[in-house]
Design a protein around this ligand. Structure first.
Ligand SMILES: NC(=O)c1ccc[n+]([C@@H]2O[C@H](COP(=O)([O-])OP(=O)(O)OC[C@H]3O[C@@H](n4cnc5c(N)ncnc54)[C@H](OP(=O)(O)O)[C@@H]3O)[C@@H](O)[C@H]2O)c1
Length: 435
């Protein structure tokens, strides 16, 4: 059988991991691919200390890789949406299959890239783009194809989960843990993508597009980060029997599709509530199979390379056997994609956690309850602490029943206007994750 030839673009964290896996585990990988895989050409601006590329063709201009007539599969691991987009477009135009770990590229430009790949008759694979080493794309596109997915919820940013785990376990402040995450190399130098939820939003739109057969719609995702969470919220959540996790949630309802990334209280007995540190997990509710959970390393050189090389192996199996790649880019044919509306956040219904500071005098709680009830919101649980020595204000924590965000917004504005309430009200969504 002919060898399938690979061009590797980018020799950073994931690129070096991919190089090492292809280089060190060649026999095992070829056995899985049922044909030899040859790393033919590497594009890297500089050498990587962990990669001995002496016996490989290396170009400092990565575009030399996509222009190399020998290369069958281009592996894009440079990241970003500028040069990487040009590179992938050029590879497709040159008739190469592409494997990428680039969630930003797929989430923001996937619709046009998949269309171009379809037109050119080549595959664009992206397993490593979501949840690193966890084969969640394959599970959704292939393993769950007999199901209608009603919702999925995932911890899909390891840095954010590390920060929340440390805040809970050690009572640490957000900024303090973030500094450690940066020192440990978990967070980006500019951590905005991690802590503001943008990275999770990129991954969520990819999951939602596959789960619901919709086009990728990154600009419609509601995105709320974890920067405003306090150790008090983490502790009160615990007292109420919940953990706070930064979730990406995609849910299908009669009104369309919900796409949202935000901190969420989830019951402490749920498996997802016990996913800690830098680990990722995605819970998917399928019509036939019920709930299934996928857990593992969401980032890192070797776990991410595992997903990259699996895509390469899949493609090589088909190419080696002289076949076209088997599964459509989103698991659905482009013509079959549904144009479901994204549900406005004002209409999205969840239960709510509210934390406020109130004067410690009779009548305050009944004012709050009456405002909530005017919006049809009832109280499921309430904690009111005794005032500290010499303090006249007390923290009040409320768990509400399920209410649309629009109604909750109106109630919160009215409560904040009460003279007995000082400062703003902290609010966090609550998800039971039970159907
Ligand atoms: N790190 C993870 O755990 C992880 C997990 C899942 C997915 N991903 C995705 O994988 C991709 C790569 O991430 P990474 O963490 O490996 O990034 P990285 O360590 O920064 O590596 C990127 C590499 O690409 C090179 N590069 C960038 N632009 C280039 C250009 N124009 N020409 C030649 N080389 C260029 C960089 O070279 P220089 O060093 O010279 O700048 C660097 O070696 C990203 O899309 C990321 O989102 C990463």
């Amino acid at each position: 059988m002919n060898a399938v030839k690979i061009g590797l673009c980018g020799l950073g964290t994931v690129g070096s991991g991919t190089f090492r896996l292809l280089h060190e585990d060649e026999g095992n990988i070829a056995a899985h691919a049922r044909c030899p895989l040859t790393l033919t050409h590497i594009g890297a601006r500089r050498d990587h200390p962990d990669c001995d590329t002496a016996n490989y063709q290396v170009s400092r201009d990565i575009f030399a890789v996509v222009d190399d007539p020998e290369v069958d599969i281009v592996v894009e691991l440079i990241g970003g949406t500028t040069v990487a987009k040009d590179l992938v477009e050029k590879a497709i135009a040159n008739g190469k299959h592409v494997v990428t770990a680039n969630k930003a590229l797929i989430a923001e430009f996937g619709n046009e890239l998949f269309a171009a790949a379809n037109a050119a008759g080549v595959a664009l694979r992206y397993e490593a783009a979501v949840a690193g080493g966890i084969p969640i794309i394959k599970a959704l596109r292939e393993g769950l194809s007999a199901n209608q997915v009603s919702w999925l919820a995932g911890i899909i940013n390891g840095t954010g989960n590390f920060i929340l785990s440390e805040m809970r376990d050690k009572g640490r402040e957000f900024a303090d843990v973030l500094a450690e995450a940066q020192a440990l190399g978990y967070a980006e130098a500019d951590p905005t993508f991690d802590v503001e939820g943008i990275d999770a939003a990129h991954k969520l739109v990819i999951l939602a597009a596959i789960a619901f057969g919709t086009p990728l719609q990154f600009s419609s995702v509601y995105c709320e980060g974890i920067t405003r969470l306090t150790p008090e919220d983490v502790d009160y959540a615990e007292e109420l029997g919940y953990r706070i996790k930064h979730l990406g949630v995609a849910r299908r309802s009669e009104r369309g599709v919900e796409l949202r990334v935000h901190p969420t209280l989830i019951p402490e007995h749920r498996l997802l509530a016990n996913v800690n540190g830098v680990k990722n997990a995605v819970l998917v509710e399928g019509s036939a199979v019920g709930p299934t959970l996928y857990y593992g390393a969401g980032a890192g050189a070797a776990p991410t390379a595992s997903a990259v090389v699996a895509d390469v192996v899949d493609l090589a199996r088909d190419l080696g056997a002289g076949q076209q790649p088997r599964v459509a880019h989103l698991g659905f044919d482009c013509q079959a994609l549904q144009d479901l509306p994204v549900v406005p956040m004002a209409d999205v219904e969840t239960a709510w956690y509210l934390r406020m500071e109130a004067e410690d005098r009779p009548g305050v709680l009944s004012d709050i309850a009456s405002i909530l009830s005017q919006q049809g919101i009832s109280i499921e649980a309430l904690i009111q602490k005794a005032p500290e020595e010499g303090e006249s204000r007390v923290p009040v924590i409320i768990l509400t029943n399920v209410a649309a965000q629009g109604k909750l917004d109106s109630a919160v504005a009215a409560i904040e206007a009460l003279p007995s309430i000082t400062n703003g009200i902290a609010r966090i969504r609550v998800e039971s994750l039970d159907g």
